[in-house]
Structures are given as C-alpha cells and as structure tokens.
Design a protein around this ligand. Structure first.
Ligand code: CA
Ligand code: CA
Ligand code: CA
Ligand code: CA
Ligand code: CA
Ligand code: CA
Ligand code: CA
Length: 565
C-alpha cells in the first residue's frame, strides 16, 4: 500500500508537465492534449482539465457542451460537463490494455459543438509495479550426469513479468551452492535468459540431488520477485570399483570338511547406482585348477564352500584371489586374497616298517643283540603325527629308540633258549598322540635257531639187564635209549660201544650196538656156568658240530637155566 501511494504521488507531479500540441485538423482548428495517469488509480482521480487547457470558461462550456468519443466501447474516462475535468471512471489495468507494449496510450476525441470542434486527447497509462516475476513452472528438474565437465551449461526457462520496462525482470539470483553459478544472457528488451553453469564437478555418490532456488527480480523499488526451485538430479556414471569389506580374508578350515561346508563369505560394496553398483564375485584369473576343484564361489552371495576333497597332507594352505566386478557397461573390478589355512585332523594311522636282520636268531645270542629295525611314519602333523612305539611286555625283547627320529631297534633282553621256546610273536604297536589317537600293529615272528647245547641223556644210568644163558648169537639182548633236547641234527644220536684199548675187556668183543636204534646184540651164546655177569659202556653222540656225547654203564647179569643134567 505504501508503495502504491508513493507511486501515485510521483505520477501526479508528472501531470503538471502536460504536453500540448496544436495540430491542423479538419476545417477547424483542433488541438491535441497529452495527459498521463497511473494505472489502477481509484475511480474519480483527475486526469486533466480539458476546458482549462482549451481556454474555455465555464459559460462557454455550458453553451457548447463537451463529450468524449472513444472507439466503439465505453472509455475508462469521463468528462465533467460543468468544468471540463477529465477523470477516471473505472479500473484501468495497463497490462490488460497494452499487454507488454512499452508505451501505453489511450486515444480519445473531445467533441465541442457550435461550432463543431474535435480535439485529440492522448492519455498515457503509466505503469505501476503491480506484477511480480513469474516462472512458467514452480519446479524445474534437471538430469545431469556426474561426468559433466565444468563449464557445461543448462538453459533454464525465463521468468515473465507483465509489467513493462524496468518494472519487468531485471536480474536473476541463484541460491548459494557449491557447484553451479548463474549466467544470464541478455537478448535485449526485457528478454533475459538464465542458464546454470557447472563450476565444480558433481559426484552422485556424495550428493545425489542439488536443490537450488532461482529468484527473478524486477526493477521496482523495492523490487518484486518470483522463485523457481531447480532440482538437479545427478545421474550415475560407473566411476567406483567394488570395495571389499576387509583388507584381507584369512580363515581356518578342517581337513576332510564335507562338500558344501561354508568356508567364508566375502563382501564387496559399490557406491554406484543400479547395475553400476551391482556386485558379482568370481575367482581371479590366477586361481589354479586345484583350488577351483576344492572350492566354489557363489557369484551372487560371495560365499565360498567346499567343493572337493580337502586333504591337509596334500595341501595345507590355499591362497585364492576373489574378484568383485560391477555390472556397469565398462566393468570395474577389484581383487582380494582369501587365505584358507587347512587344519590337520588325525586321519592317518602310523605305518610300521620292519627290517629283519636274519631269518632266525641263534639261541646263544648275547642280550642286546639286534633282531630287527623298525621305522614308523605318520603322515599327519604335530601331535597327530607324533608316534609312540612299544611291544608287549612279557617277552625277552626290548624296543630301544635310536638316535634317528622314529627309528627303533628290537633287541634281546635276556638269553634265549630254543629248547624252551623256539618262536616268538612280537607285536609292535605304534600309536600317535592325536585326539582321538590312532594306532597300528605289526607282528614280527622271531625264530630262535638251535645251538647244540644239550648232551644226549640216557633213559637210565646205569642200565642193569638180566639175560638168560643160551641165547641165540646175533639176537638183540637189550636196548639203550638216549634223548637230546636239541633240535635237528643237534639231537640226532648215534650209539657206540666204548672200547677201551688199554684194558682188554673181554665181553665187549662179542657185544655190538646198533648206532641208530641203540639195540644191543650178543655175537655168542652165554653160559651161566662160565660167565655170570659183565659190564660195558655205551656212548651216545649227537650230530651237532661240535658233537656232544655222554656215556652210560650197562650191567648185564646172566640168568641160569637148567641145562646141566
Ligand atoms: Ca504494472
Ligand atoms: Ca561401480
Ligand atoms: Ca558413480
Ligand atoms: Ca591329517
Ligand atoms: Ca596320525
Ligand atoms: Ca645236542
Ligand atoms: Ca639246543
């Protein structure tokens, strides 16, 4: 209101400087007057005094009459009959009458009678700043790629202001922002076109939308303004590679884990949008065939699962490169190592290997004689592969560890006796320290070989036999038997009559012994009346080397028969 009153006062001052033109018109003298009035003034506002300007007094005016003619429609003015003052009749809207014309005038004709006189009156409608700049849209949405370079220009729609000249749009202002500046192209008249100019590169990943306010100001004092919101939607470009959530991935996996066991899940994210930000996982190009057989990778979830046999003894560590790729047109990708340490499981029994020294062990071997060498192996590691080796306790053997790791000697603990036990079964047990422990056994058969350490022994010592006289010569009269505890030839006995060369022992000359059977034959018939008893010695010798022998005394008593009449 204050503004409007101020402008009205200013315009009234102008009224005092009316231009009056005199022009030859028709057959009579006519004049042209020019008045000016502000638009939108209240009804009854005085525009000018035509009578006074024509130099007519009130009496003359009354005689001649005065009226105005304005085209075919009602003029927005009226002239007062009694004093010739032109005043405003209705609402005058300059913008309605003249739209955007720079100078807005209304041509009137003043008609006087007796004589007929026509005078031209031009009323200039002075503009008042009663319109604000208006944008065709309240909101303008721009799609700008984040790859747009500084200097890129985006033309905007201009604001319109129905007022004319300085009262129309004079300048634009852009709200404070970090990326855009405003450039206004002046096309003359009141046509100014605003454009946004990119000053600093955009990054969709930090700011997705920029909301700017464009203000158009007219030249009024104070100016009126209109606003338009500009929304800059930053469209995505694939400018970010996927990023893994961890610097490195390390995981432990038990060997023998079944197929399908989840090992680890890798995760990568991509800041971009849509396919540019969708991540897919795959094995890197350097991943070898063995790793690809043992593990598989879900391309969507990044989960690595066991796909084949996991054997610590074959491979205790895998280093697998995993690649994360986005689905942008020009794919970006990142690689990361996944280290899988295989944990040993006690899945191997100890193995026992025996190297025997000889086929059989002589029974006279000294204590400490090595019988066999034993080596043990276990494919596992640590405690799972640490092997203890022992034998059953009740045997005349010892298992002694050697300086070399996992090597043992089986040695005799005491003197052996083939006659008591000729064969031993030594059970070797190897046990690892795993949890639970695994063990294996191996039986060693130790044969004790015979040594000739037993003399033949006669069944009686001495022998006493009773034989009847008149025996048939060459017949077996008695028999001796000796046994030998040894084995084989060490126990094969041959018998012999001991013939003393110094003392001529008569009976031995007619006695013979079968060397194999020990049967004794007499070569002559005995006669009780001449020989009642005799004695000899038999030697039993084994076939050992050297041979052992023993003697026995055989006493023979002849028994009487009634052979003398
Ligand atoms: Ca206006
Ligand atoms: Ca990307
Ligand atoms: Ca991006
Ligand atoms: Ca193992
Ligand atoms: Ca083991
Ligand atoms: Ca013997
Ligand atoms: Ca023997």
């Amino acid at each position: 209101m204050e503004q409007r009153r101020h402008e009205t006062r200013r315009a009234r001052k102008k009224l005092t400087t009316i231009t009056m033109l005199l022009v030859a018109f028709w057959s009579s003298v006519s004049a042209q007057f020019r008045y000016s009035v502000l638009e939108e003034v209240p009804e009854g506002t005085v525009v000018g005094n035509i009578a006074k300007d024509l130099g007519l007094d009130k009496t003359t005016l009354k005689e001649r009459g005065i009226r105005i003619v304005y085209g075919s429609t009602e003029p927005p003015f009226i002239v007062r009959q009694d004093d010739g003052v032109l005043y405003v009749k209705g609402k005058i809207d300059r913008e309605e009458i003249c739209e955007r014309r720079k100078v807005c005038t209304i041509d009137l004709k003043t008609v006087l009678q007796n004589p007929l006189e026509i005078h031209h009156v031009v009323v200039e409608i002075l503009d008042v700043n009663d319109h604000s700049p208006v944008f065709p849209q309240k909101e303008n949405i721009l799609e700008v790629s984040e790859s747009a370079l500084p200097g890129a220009k985006f033309q905007l729609q201009a604001a319109r202001d129905a007022d004319s000249g300085l009262l129309s749009v004079q300048q634009y202002r852009l709200s404070q922002n970090g990326h855009f500046r405003l450039e206004v192209k002046d096309r003359g008249e009141d046509r100014k076109t605003p454009s946004l100019v990119l000053e600093k590169p955009l990054d969709r990943e930090s700011i997705k939308n920029h909301v700017l306010l464009l203000t158009a100001l007219d030249g009024g004092k104070p100016p009126r303004s209109g606003n338009m919101t500009i929304i800059v939607n930053v469209s995505d470009v694939n400018d970010n590679p996927p990023v893994f959530s961890q610097e490195s991935y390390t995981v432990s996996l038990k060997e023998n884990s079944p197929v399908g066991t989840t090992v680890i899940q890798v995760n990568a994210t991509d800041l971009d949008e849509g396919p540019n930000g969708e991540v897919e996982y795959s094995f890197g190009n350097d991943v070898d065939a063995r790793s690809r057989e043992s593990f598989s990778l879900n391309p969507l979830t990044g989960v690595i699962v066991v796909a084949g046999a996991i054997d610590f003894e074959e491979n205790s560590r895998y280093e697998i490169d995993v690649q994360a790729s986005d689905k942008g047109a020009a794919t970006l990708n990142t690689e990361k190592s996944v280290i899988i340490n295989i944990v040993d499981i006690n899945d191997n029994e100890p193995e026992i290997e025996v190297t025997s020294f000889s086929h059989a062990l002589p029974e006279d071997s000294k204590p400490g004689t090595t019988v066999a060498l034993i080596s043990v192996k276990d494919a596992d590691s640590g405690l799972n592969g640490k092997v203890m080796c022992y034998i059953n306790n009740d045997l005349p053997f010892l298992l002694t560890p050697s300086l070399q790791n996992n090597m043992y000697s089986l040695v005799t603990k005491t003197v052996l006796d083939q006659e008591q036990k000729s064969q031993y079964n030594v059970l070797i047990i190897a046990k690892d320290a795993g949890e639970p422990s695994l063990h294996s056994e191996k039986n060693i058969k130790v044969d004790v070989s015979d040594v000739n350490d037993n003399v033949p022994e006669f069944s009686q010592n001495p022998y006493t036999f009773y034989v009847y006289e008149n025996n048939a010569p060459g017949e077996k009269i008695v028999s001796v038997t000796a046994r030998d505890k040894d084995d084989g030839s060490n126990a094969i006995i041959s018998y012999q009559i001991l013939r003393n060369t110094e003392v001529t022992n008569m009976p031995t000359s007619f006695i013979n012994v079968n060397s194999e059977t020990g049967d004794i034959v007499a070569l002559k018939s005995f006669d009780f009346e001449t020989l009642k008893t005799f004695q000899f010695q038999v030697v039993a010798s084994d076939s050992g080397s050297p041979s052992l022998s023993s003697n026995v005394t055989v006493n023979v008593f002849i028994l009487d028969q009634n052979d003398n009449a």
